[in-house]
Design a protein around this ligand. Structure first.
Ligand code: FMN
Length: 342
């Protein structure tokens, strides 16, 4: 199957069929501590934050999604424009097709290259799979991908579950950590490592930090299940099995990875099944610096177009401001574990 067809299928399956993990991301047992005496005015609440030295209007990253096919190009352009307008960071979908084209023709296709024009000042992240990183002995070509799109950071995605379920997927996951280490040494921009919905536990996070990654996006279970998405891509009626429910819930990953911050600084991103601003704020209280969301954004795009996503982002910002006010927190630095209870 061509990677273009696969990418189009991913959008269809994740937005129209039930590709979501059936368990939960684990945030429902954590409650936010309502402050009946907030002693602040809504106008004073500041949701602004920083990442890699740049300001953002709120700690939300539009998670890496699609790319590499015609319709994907329009989606990327519109989402980049919106990220710029709302001053939010955005991760592009996998640049694997770009790398393959480069191998074939020694030129880089234009599609991804021109996205920077749509997001001239906001944080823009490139994206490549762990297997490609392991296979590229010399990171020069990967660095070329970063430079071609003028990325502010490169995300390496880990997705062994998805690869094993995909009939044409990779089967050899050796050399990934070594490849990431090579990339960290040579990359001109920070390296972020993310999962894709099955989670990064404390031990794996520690290994990633030891090779020098700047940021970890735990991308745990609770939202999009890539095992489920791949099963549905083959058969709309595929029954749920062991792998449909595979993965570590996001809240569990967070509780394992956040304590590593006391041993050294890194950026901790929480994602995977964050479906309300309440979930985001809980994650921020438990130690995340930022949150990332994928499927709800793509589903809104498919159902309501870019205007729908625009309204959704505005609504999220409004809700975030009110939630902070109701916790008696004027800024994100006041979101601490004490703002939650079990
Ligand atoms: C349509 C779609 C395409 C995706 N493509 C990519 C990709 O190319 N690279 C990547 O790192 N993650 C990709 N993801 C995974 C998301 O970035 C995210 O880690 C995952 O969906 C969990 O977040 P969610 O529960 O908010 O959807 C994709 C997700 C969706 C819904």
């Amino acid at each position: 199957m061509s990677s273009e067809r696969r990418k189009a299928d991913h959008v269809r399956v994740t937005t129209t069929l039930n590709s979501q993990y059936q368990g939960s991301a684990g945030f429902e047992s954590i409650r936010l501590r309502h402050q009946a005496l907030p002693e602040c005015s809504l106008d004073e609440i500041n949701t602004e934050t920083h990442l890699f030295g740049r300001s953002m209007s709120m700690p939300l990253i539009i998670s890496s999604m699609t790319g590499g096919y015609d319709q994907g190009q329009t989606i990327n352009q519109e989402l980049c424009q919106l990220a710029e307008q709302h001053n939010l960071a955005i991760g592009l979908g996998s640049q694997r097709s770009m790398l393959e084209e480069y191998t074939k023709s020694k030129t880089l296709p234009d599609g991804f290259k021109e996205l920077r024009r749509y997001a001239p000042t906001t944080l823009l992240f490139g994206n490549i799979g762990a297997t490609q990183v392991a296979q590229e002995g010399d990171p020069a070509r990967l660095i070329h991908l970063i430079e071609a799109i003028e990325a502010d950071a490169l995300i390496v995605h880990l997705n062994p579950l998805q690869e094993l379920i995909q009939p044409e997927g990779d089967r050899d996951f050796r050399g990934v950590l070594k490849g990431i280490e090579r990339l960290v040494i040579h990359s001109p921009v920070p390296i972020i490592v993310k999962e894709t919905g099955a989670g990064i536990h404390g031990t794996a996070a520690k290994q990633l930090l030891e090779v020098g990654v700047s940021a970890i996006d735990i991308a745990g279970a609770g939202g999009t299940s890539w095992a489920r998405a791949e099963q549905l891509r083959i058969d709309d009626q595929a029954p749920r099995d062991l792998f449909s429910e595979w993965g570590i819930p996001t809240a569990t990953c967070l509780q394992e990875v956040a304590p590593l911050k006391k041993d050294g600084s890194f950026v901790l991103i929480a994602s995977g099944g964050l479906r309300s601003v309440g979930d985001w704020v809980k994650a921020l209280c438990l130690g995340a610096d930022h949150v990332a969301v994928a499927q709800p954004i793509m589903k809104t795009y498919v159902e309501e177009g870019i205007e729908g996503v625009d309204s959704l982002l505005t609504q999220w910002k409004d809700e975030m401001t009110k939630v902070l006010c109701l916790l008696g927190a004027k800024g994100l630095d006041e979101l601490t574990p004490e703002k939650c209870y079990l």
